[in-house]
Design a protein around this ligand. Structure first.
Ligand SMILES: [Zn+2]
Length: 65
């Protein structure tokens, strides 16, 4: 079983085999209009995160000048 995790909002979705893996977090897209790339893991990110209660802001890539 694999999980889709969003580093921005900590959304974790269990991935079913018959469902395509989303490339971007649907929650960030819906709530913030942000395309946050999700990543796959074998276990929910919150289970191996050391600070699950603390929101971690991912550094934004610098815009090209
Ligand atoms: Zn998200």
């Amino acid at each position: 079983m694999s999980y889709v995790n969003c580093p921005r909002c900590r959304l974790t979705v269990r991935l079913r085999e018959d469902v395509l893996t989303p490339e971007y977090c649907p929650r960030c897209a819906a709530k913030h209009g942000v395309q946050s790339k999700v990543y796959l893991s074998a276990t929910p990110a919150r289970l191996f995160s050391r600070a699950p209660e603390r929101a971690v802001e991912m550094p934004r890539p610098a815009a090209p000048a």
